[in-house]
Design a protein around this ligand. Structure first.
Ligand code: PGA
Length: 255
């Protein structure tokens, strides 16, 4: 597939995988994906498995490591939090921010996500900033309004240089873990809307460089059609990234 931007496909393992399971999964992925050069591949294990996966990843050239969250602070009395310096010890390159589960359960706001995004960039890491509407919001025709608020709020304060090093993930909340996928048209429309918005916030050239992933029940069977859309530049995969076969097939089917 000849795309304007290099595809980036990330596996979000969420709160799954012990250290032993994580290293096994990585070993299988390394074997299955060794020949793939066309896609930036990222795996995001839980914090507890970062160290062991990081060691295994050093032997692979084409799989990069991501974290699922990060503190906006650099050190100090923040019980339970993990900062950029700690992630960098394990060669983490990407950090997922503002996933809808954190927006919902940890009440993360756009303003907090923006602070985290700045901290991620300050540490020379790359954020994957998630946005997406709920079913009620879509049915009330609020999708674009919600996306605009989230995109403007979560990226507030970033520079043009930083936005081109930022990945966005459009994840309609109603499609996450539900088996319901946005139609390719719904995905393309939302991605194109986000890119037009980025052009207004930054400029056309910067907006053209930003990669926007789709997330929400991505599977081997629907990956190709989704990735063929003009403004879909990759995927953020949850459930189907927990098994080597399905994650590898998503990547191979997207090429
Ligand atoms: P899913 O999750 O692929 O299981 O729908 C996607 C996500 O939450 O990033």
């Amino acid at each position: 597939m000849n795309k304007e931007r290099k595809l980036i496909i990330a596996g979000n393992w969420k709160m799954n995988k012990t250290v032993a399971e994580a290293t096994d999964l990585l070993a299988d992925l390394t074997r299955d994906l060794a020949a793939v050069k066309e896609v930036d591949i990222v795996v995001c294990p839980p914090f507890t498995a970062l160290q062991s996966v990081s060691k295994a990843i050093l032997e692979t050239k084409n799989i990069k490591l991501g974290a699922q969250n990060m503190s906006e602070n650099n050190f100090g009395a923040f019980t339970g939090e993990i900062c950029a310096g700690m992630l960098k010890e394990f060669s983490v390159r990407y950090v997922i921010l503002g996933h809808s589960e954190r927006r919902l359960y940890q009440k993360e706001s756009d303003a907090l996500i923006a602070k985290k995004a700045s901290a991620v960039h300050a540490a020379a890491l790359k954020p994957i900033v998630c946005v997406g509407e709920t079913l009620a919001e879509r049915e009330a025709n609020q999708t674009e309004k919600v996306l605009e608020t989230q995109v403007r709020g979560s990226l507030a304060g970033l520079t043009k240089e930083q936005i081109v090093e930022t990945v966005l993930a459009y994840e309609p909340v109603w499609a996450i873990g539900t088996g319901k996928t946005a139609t390719t048209q719904q995905a393309q429309d939302a991605h194109a809307f986000i890119r037009r918005l980025l052009a207004k916030m930054f400029d056309e050239a910067a907006a053209k460089k930003v990669r926007i992933q789709y997330g929400g029940s991505v599977k081997p069977a629907n990956a190709k059609e989704l990735m063929s859309q003009l403004d879909v530049d990759g995927a953020l995969v949850g459930g189907a990234s927990l098994e080597a076969r399905s994650f590898a097939d998503i990547i191979k089917n997207s090429i």
